[in-house]
Design a protein around this ligand. Structure first.
Ligand SMILES: NC(=O)c1ccc[n+]([C@@H]2O[C@H](COP(=O)([O-])OP(=O)(O)OC[C@H]3O[C@@H](n4cnc5c(N)ncnc54)[C@H](O)[C@@H]3O)[C@@H](O)[C@H]2O)c1
Length: 246
């Protein structure tokens, strides 16, 4: 029998109010994990039904003081951290000429700086007990150029992959496994802003002939964080139905 080894583990999930993050929290709850769920959307976060020991933190992952507050809650409530699955991200459609500095900064702050701040805090805690697992979310936009998504999103997600590799190199010797996922087109609130042409185009470029569900992305993230992936480290996993084959 395959065992995830996640029962009782303290898992921090960001973006847990919606889509892949929410599905991740639900799967981890089913595995008997203890959860710290984070989102900036208080109302939607409170509406996530979690049948496990958990605490919810409403915070903006782009703000260092708010990330500190997340880790204060981890420390106060559980006194340790085993898993970080960082799903929170900002997605906006913008053609290159329309991207101004404010837009660039906002998206890079949430998607890339937020990932950095969370990795820093997570590694600091995981190293104290010599074990931890981190899963960061990039995107197929980092592979394909993300023409529909826009420059800040594509660049931020390529940056997340580089960050994951750096943290893997640094934290592997400390017992912390770090991996990055590049989801393909997935049915969530994030992609609901795209029109039918974009969806049809994604499907036509996907050998499996459909888009993914949030649960399909979440289950892979949970596997990466579990004992089942005990020698997977520094990897970037494309979960895209074959849309892009690295
Ligand atoms: N859906 C897709 O097709 C797709 C494709 C490639 C990559 N991804 C990546 O997968 C991850 C999850 O995406 P999703 O589709 O579930 O998105 P989603 O929009 O459904 O959920 C994202 C969540 O992050 C939260 N969030 C946004 N900014 C935040 C901030 N500053 N602080 C705290 N929370 C914040 C939102 O409130 C939301 O609940 C993201 O990193 C996304 O870039 C998604």
């Amino acid at each position: 029998m395959l065992e995830s080894g996640l029962a009782g583990r303290v898992c921090l999930v960001t973006g847990a109010a919606s889509g892949i993050g929410r599905a991740t929290a639900e799967i981890l709850a089913g595995q008997g994990a203890r959860l710290v769920v984070v989102d900036r959307d208080a109302e939607q976060l409170a509406a996530v039904p979690l049948d496990c020991e958990h605490t919810a933190v409403v915070a903006d992952v782009a703000q260092p003081a708010e990330v500190d507050r997340i880790f204060d809650e981890v420390d106060a409530r559980f006194g340790r951290l085993d898993v970080l699955i960082h799903c929170a991200a900002l997605f906006r459609i913008a053609a290159l000429p329309d991207v101004d500095e404010e837009e660039w900064d906002q998206i890079l702050d949430v998607n890339l700086k937020g990932s950095f701040l969370l990795c820093q805090g997570a590694v600091e805690r995981m190293r104290t007990h010599g074990d931890g697992r981190i899963v960061l979310f990039g995107s197929f936009a980092a592979r394909t150029g993300g023409l529909r998504a826009g420059a800040p999103y594509a660049a931020s997600k390529a940056g997340v992959e580089g960050l994951a590799r750096h943290v893997a190199a640094y934290a592997g010797p400390l017992g912390v496994r770090v991996n990055c996922m590049h989801p393909g087109f997935t049915e969530t609130a994030l992609t609901s802003v795209l029109d039918d042409v974009a969806r049809a185009d994604a499907i036509s470029r996907t050998p499996l002939g459909r888009v993914a569900s949030a649960a399909e992305q979440a289950s892979m993230a949970v596997v990466l964080a579990s004992d089942l992936a005990s020698f997977v480290h520094g990897a970037t996993l494309d979960v895209n139905g074959g849309m892009y084959m690295a």
